[in-house]
Ligand binder design. Structure first.
Ligand code: ADP
Ligand code: MN
Length: 494
């Protein structure tokens, strides 16, 4: 017969659905083959390699996977160049900063185990249970998978379980339902477009809340807090600062050892180091963190900020200073009680207009809080101002203590002096006639007796004291427990 001749039958039509079912059949066959040759399956296991897990329906996923591959290749090339340039030279140049996949981005091993319920996540979809692999003959032309309607139909039913959770599929497996490829494909199509439609509906809402302010890893952490029931809902963002983003959330269920406050504030420390660089001095010289600082990568340093805030808040809580109560710390995310009500955070002292009576009350309260902080908590706030004090329930609450240090910190007294200046200026401007000036306030808080009557001399004395303390550390290998010499018992770290 002439190959160029017109075909005798014109009824061959090929719809998209047919092509798709062909593809599906191929996939199913692959699956069956893998089952028949388990060693092949074992070799092919891994997140992206098995045919099962490649979800080619998501362009974004594919793009991300490609990008990842590309980045890896780029990094490998970079390493080769680095090697070439450095050779055997004793002094080497590092291209580390030019890498796409940063070491601390990829070393997620310790990241993964940190969450308590990682081992069993009840919200993760189980692998679809496939029907018993009956009727399979694993040899040559006798392979039955592709054309066996019963097996294929059962498989399609089982695969339906993979549809979006809001897509009600019923108990097809229990009924031993057998779906033809055509029906299955139509359903799949429908499920996907439904999913996309509902995603579009929610898009607007989600972008306005917690969603966009944090990176995916943080978002996952937050979701897990909600999924575990610890938080009821995360309602929205209260504040986006340079170093942190704060969210409001309604507390969820109490656990065996924890009562969750009805409203919580979630402080997410930003995981980019940029803004933290100039704050190194707070933590680098804090002896509590000294041994750890040098060994840490930026991500861990940021977690340490969160940890520091937690420890400091706990000390303050123990001393009875009004401040947020720590609920939980997860990596760089600190959950604490919310100061305010019905999602409305308490106003900062700078934003609230107080009667002169309240103003005076606030002043005396702060004076005594600063003393408590110094003497009982062995802390200097180090960022105390009308921006970090909230007015709630007729009193002042202290917040934002991640940068707080012990008074014997190499710059501790300077920080205290700065705090005193802020407080003193705020209340003097606010019309509190009784407010001590910054130098008097400093002495009143620290119990020191610096007599200089001008700022320059005063600061020189402060620095001399700090230096004395440092020398003491050099000579005796430990800190003076406190600066004051009035016979107070030494205050030890908790
Ligand atoms: P930053 O380092 O960004 O200044 P803060 O701890 O000061 O971080 O928090 C920023 C803002 O978020 C605060 O000024 C306050 O308005 C709000 N905020 C923080 N913690 C709480 C809390 N526990 N309750 C209510 N509002 C809070
Ligand atoms: Mn602040």
């Amino acid at each position: 017969q002439c190959p160029w001749g017109a075909p005798s039958t014109t009824s061959i039509s090929c719809s998209l659905a047919d092509v798709m079912s062909e593809q599906l059949a191929k996939e199913l066959q692959l699956e069956e083959e893998n089952a028949a040759f388990p060693e092949v399956v074992a070799a092919a296991e891994g997140p992206f390699i098995t045919g099962e897990n490649i979800d080619t329906s998501s362009d974004l996923m594919l793009a991300q996977m490609l990008q990842m591959e590309f980045d890896r290749e780029y990094d490998a090339q970079l390493r080769r160049e680095e090697k070439k340039i450095n050779g055997d030279s004793k002094v080497s140049i590092s291209f580390e900063n030019y890498r796409k996949v940063h070491p601390y981005d990829s070393d997620s091993s310790e990241d993964e185990v940190d969450w308590q319920d990682t081992r069993h996540d009840p919200y993760r979809a189980d692998k679809p249970t496939t029907t018993p692999r009956r009727g399979f003959i694993g040899k040559g032309k006798d392979i039955t998978t592709k054309h066996d309607e019963v097996v294929c139909g059962r498989k399609n039913t089982a695969r339906m379980e993979n549809f979006a959770p809001e897509f009600q599929v019923g108990d097809g497996i229990g009924m031993d339902l057998k779906l033809s490829n055509q029906v299955f494909n139509a359903l799949k199509q429908h499920a996907y477009s439904e999913e996309r439609r509902s995603a579009r509906l929610h898009e607007k809402k989600e972008h306005s809340t917690a969603e966009k302010a944090v990176d995916p890893k943080t978002r996952l952490l937050l979701y897990k807090m909600v999924n575990s029931g610890m938080l009821e809902t995360i309602t929205g963002c209260i504040s986006t600062g340079k170093e942190s983003v704060v969210f409001h959330a309604y507390g969820g269920n109490a656990t065996e050892d924890k009562v969750i406050p009805p409203e919580c504030a979630i402080k997410v420390f930003k995981t980019t180091l940029n803004e933290f660089k100039n704050r190194d001095k707070y933590i680098k010289d804090d002896y509590r963190f000294k041994d750890r600082f040098s060994k840490l990568n930026p991500r861990k340093i940021i977690r340490m900020w969160a940890e520091k805030e937690m420890h400091n808040l706990t000390r303050m809580q123990n001393a009875g200073i009004p401040c947020p109560q720590v609920v939980i710390l997860k990596k760089h995310v600190l959950v604490m009680s919310f100061i305010g009500q019905d999602q409305v955070p308490a106003p900062k002292l700078k934003d609230v207009t107080l009667s002169s009576e309240d103003m005076k009350k606030a002043y005396y309260q702060i004076l005594s809080m600063m003393q408590q902080l110094y003497r009982e908590c062995n802390l200097v706030h180090a960022d105390l101002s009308e921006y970090n004090m909230l007015w709630h329930d007729g009193k002042v609450w202290l917040i934002d203590v991640s940068q707080s240090v012990e008074p014997t910190h190499p710059h501790g007294l300077e920080f205290l002096f700065r705090d005193c200046r802020n407080v003193s200026q705020f209340f003097q401007k606010g019309g509190v006639a009784e407010a001590l000036n910054e130098r008097e306030l400093f002495n009143a808080v620290s119990g020191l007796n610096i007599t200089a009557d001008n700022e320059v001399d005063f600061q020189a004395e402060i620095e001399a004291l700090e230096k004395m303390n440092e020398d003491h550390v050099q000579n005796h290998g430990k800190k003076l427990s406190t600066f004051s010499s009035d016979g107070d018992p030494p205050i030890y770290d908790e």
